[in-house]
Design a protein around this ligand. Structure first.
Ligand code: CAA
Length: 260
């Protein structure tokens, strides 16, 4: 798919995906959601083996200021439900990616923007960033997973306060709460995300992918994460990567994983 609102830059196997609607503070309109869907459903595969993906927003003011409010206004109940389900499915795809996906955040990260960031595996924010779920200010509820993932990340007590008040919090508080992994100076957010992805790329890639999937299973009400873990542990003991990793440890040299 050719994109109007997404830019993709392959930097040494790390895909930098920039939401590029600066004039609307990168608000997630239908076009952008269609493009995100195409990218995370299929298009990323055309880049072959990648180390990870960094999601960021264009401009100095916002990562993403939410779903596009002007478009939401025109939807009837059935269309709004479909929009919400479609968005949730895109964000599930992000959460289930087998390589790390990191949000590199500068500025407003609100509503659907905060939900997008929360679907990524990690969040790096600049000290100028602000987070919130302000949907109640508009008389609606979060629709792209915010009522679920905010609780997962920061616990129910604080999540309830943020969602019911619609308050914005600064990056430092977001870090204290566990919403953000690292706070950096403006301009360093993509670099920090790259550094983390480069580090992860030296590890066993199938172990990284399986670890993501096992941790996601914690939140799957139909899965027994402990059972999945012991089964995976057995399967991994027989892999070439484990033989290489353990041998490299004994021989005191860096491991060369093959992903099998
Ligand atoms: N949707 C559509 N357009 C948006 C937008 C949004 N979420 N956020 C900002 N914009 C647009 C503004 O309309 C404005 O465009 P125009 O000049 O053409 O009117 C432009 O971006 C710049 O915004 P402001 O002039 O408002 O900038 P500001 O600095 O005064 O304020 C802000 C910045 C505090 C982020 C403010 O724009 C704001 O409150 N935005 C809305 C945040 C919000 O409520 N997000 C939740 C959306 S609903 C949702 O996301 C539901 C869900 O869970 C799926």
């Amino acid at each position: 798919m050719s994109y109007q609102n997404l830019l993709v830059d392959n930097q040494n196997g790390i895909l930098i995906l920039t939401l590029n609607r600066e004039k609307a503070l990168n608000a997630l309109n239908k076009q952008t959601m269609d493009e995100l869907h195409a990218f995370f459903e299929e298009d990323y595969k055309s880049y072959g083996t990648i180390k990870g993906i960094i999601l960021t927003g264009s401009g100095e003011k916002a990562f993403v200021a939410g779903a596009d409010i002007k478009e939401l206004l025109g939807l009837n109940a059935a269309q709004a439900s479909e929009t919400s389900k479609f968005g949730q499915n895109i964000f599930f795809n992000i959460e289930r990616m087998s390589v790390p996906v990191i949000a590199a955040i500068n500025g407003f990260t609100l509503g659907g923007g905060c939900e997008l960031a929360m679907s990524c595996h990690m969040r790096i924010a600049t000290d100028k960033s602000k987070f919130g779920q302000p949907e109640v200010n508009l008389g609606i509820v979060p629709g792209y997973g915010g009522t679920q993932r905010l609780i997962q990340l920061i616990g129910k007590g604080k999540a309830i306060e943020l969602i019911l008040t619609g308050d914005m919090i600064k990056a430092d508080e977001a870090k204290q709460l566990g919403l953000v992994n690292h706070v950096v100076e403006v301009g360093q957010e993509v670099e920090k995300a790259k550094e983390i992805i480069e580090k992860i790329s030296t590890k066993g890639p199938i172990a990284v992918a399986k670890s993501i999937s096992l941790m996601n299973s914690y939140f799957d009400k139909n899965a027994d994460g402990f059972e999945l873990e012991w089964k995976a542990f057995g399967e991994f003991a027989a892999t070439a990567d484990f033989k290489e990793g353990a041998t490299a440890f004994v021989e005191r040299r860096p491991a060369k994983f093959i992903g099998a």
